[in-house]
Write a protein that binds this ligand. Sequence first.
Ligand code: GLU
Length: 359
Amino acid sequence: METKRLFKVFGLFVMALAMSITVNAQSGQRKPTVYVLATGGTIAGQGATEVAAGYKAGSITVDQLLSAVPEIKDIANIQAEQVANIGSQDMNDEVWLKLAKRINELFAANNADAIVITHGTDTQEETAYFLNLTVKYNKPVILVGSMRPSTAISADGPRNIYNAVATAVAPESVGKGVMVVMDDKILGADDLAKTNTLSVGTFQNPNYGELGIVYNGKPIYSRQPMKRHTVNSEFDVTKLDKLPRVEIILSYSNATSLFVDAAVKAHVKGIVTAGVGNGNITTDMQNALEKAVKHHKIAVVRSSRIMTGPTAQWDEVDDDKLNFSASWFNNPYRSRVLLMLALTKTTDYKEIQRMFSEY
Ligand code: GLU
């Protein structure tokens, strides 16, 4: 009788053990797959010493980069690809199109649950916004960088990468558009700005406030993105191998028509102005822009050099009379991205204005 009971207890123990192994194996299998697409930047930079101010961006590979954060393998099945290895001051349409196409391809084939892109911080806001408008899936796409090179004391890259992967695998990160995770903050691509040349807390959403924070390896969201994005966007870059040329022209006291004339000569398709105040431009420059629209069919979008607030339609400038569009909450850098994409679909300033009101 005793022996029988012993066997029963032992049997139950073996069953429980087998079940726990199965669950563990299953949960191991259930780890989300995150593709890390590396493009370079300070996060992949190396200095001569741990305190050296000078360093070379984009000099270590994605595998070296990820080896500094082995903990990410506990939360995700990591696949790494080196898309480029450049300082992001050299970011370009070719890499943008490559990234957008690769991300859409990975999601279409159901190969990835989320994407993390390592990127220099200089132009991170432009790439984030471009992808926000061209990735067709709701799954998380997160850009991450660092302000200190990988060799510096207190390098911020490894922590930022961990937080980016942790945010990417969280179910609540689905449907939030493209995001940037840096300095324990989660920022939306629709209002992203680098605000400090050196500080690790450089990124902000200056108009709308950050989307959330990362605390103890978990995202905590406090709001939704404000604008249409990703899956809802009307732009399709699948078949494109280049984008329409759009330049940004700054306005300031005494600004002349010089750069507008040069842009017209260079046959640009669009001009974004970084105007003063609510997108105002000197009379000289405005007259040249009016001619650019009338005689050369160049699309003009008024934006502002001011960090916050909208460039509103019909304030001091009569946009309808001039056939200009106003950028609303898009700063000149995001406006350039949106105008490039808008020009792949239309040249009608009213239709372009609609896009600027929605994205
Ligand atoms: N110029 C570098 C870049 O954007 C430095 C900025 C950074 O990554 O922090 O790639």
